[in-house]
Design a protein around this ligand. Sequence first.
Ligand SMILES: *Cc1c(COP(=O)(O)O)cnc(C)c1O
Length: 402
Amino acid sequence: MKRHTGQDRSVTQNWKPATQAVRGGTMRSEWGETSEAIFLTSGYAYDCAGDAAARFAGEQTGMTYSRLQNPTTEMLEHRIALLEGAEACRTMASGMAAMTAALLCQLQTGDHLVGGRAAFGSCRWLTDTLLPKFGIETTVVDARDPQQFVDAVRPNTKVFFFETPANPTMDVVDLRAVCGIARERGITTVVDNAFATPALQRPMDYGADVVAYSATKMMDGQGRVLAGAVCGTEDFVTNTLLPFTRNTGPTLSAFNAWVVLKGLETLDLRIKRQSENALKVGRFLEGRVPRVNFPGLPSHVQHELAMSQMAMAGPIFSLQLDGGRSQAHGLLDALTLIDISNNIGDSRSLMTHPSSTTHSGVAEDKRIEMGVTEGMLRLNVGLEDPEDLIADLDQALRAVGL
Ligand SMILES: *Cc1c(COP(=O)(O)O)cnc(C)c1O
């Protein structure tokens, strides 16, 4: 492998994000390929037994086994770390593998975690079900209000865990305030940045310690593979995260890493165009449905906060109908272009009914408390022409009497 300049952090960190997204992390084999190679190999051969021993002892650089290292995933890790402004990154098999690893690697029985109550369904399962099962206490708060984090802190609080904007209510968390509260108390913040990605928001710029991703969403961006990533300091990744992941194995496949590498090359272009399209679609919907939850629109109560920490509002938002599940399902069933699908971040427009899909595993009282009502729909606005999307929504709204 030739160490391309893309692997030299002293060079790559001075590049602008668009350059980092295309060239960051690149390594080249003896063939000089321009596009990154996919190394579908589980193991690596050594020139002699002494080399194998030296590599296992950490005295020689190089790869030993693809649960631990792989050239393709390493290229992706370098690229994500650069874009995030993080010292280090490790990729994972999915977003949930990333969230689970980011939390379990640093928590133990007797610790306490404070989580945002508006969250992706499986993230709520981690705070509500998995962590308590191992004697890790958890408290969920309305993360829009930084004071609630202050009030929830106990002597054993180790981690704040939240997403912003949150899936699917679009609650926005004041990153500077909440990360500041954590810093003062020696608490680690773990931010799920799947909705914004580093192209729109870099939580570490506001004091976040760990940023975790579902790279399945905007980073792949074309609905192809599952992937995740955890970013942090070199010390956190090497001494806290790696002992957990090397031995438990939530490893990203080299093939999926390659797909996400290709996705990152166009992330900036896609997320900007999709954000613009989402604003057009959101403005149309505002006049037609009782409520649109979109931090990109001035009508959102946290619009100014969102725009102070995000470059653009992103492609995802939710809306509220008054007619409950039957009207929401009716609207979905009347769509002819936009797909009924619970994925997000895709270049295709997708719409889902969270309370009967992504959040059906969250207990009803908790769902209602976080604002996921029966009349809520979530929309991922893709790269199609927004006029076609608006026409599809217009006819579907009319079909349900709106
Ligand atoms: C999708 C999603 C996840 C889970 O990611 P997977 O790649 O599906 O495992 C976690 N958090 C948020 C905010 C998500 O949208």
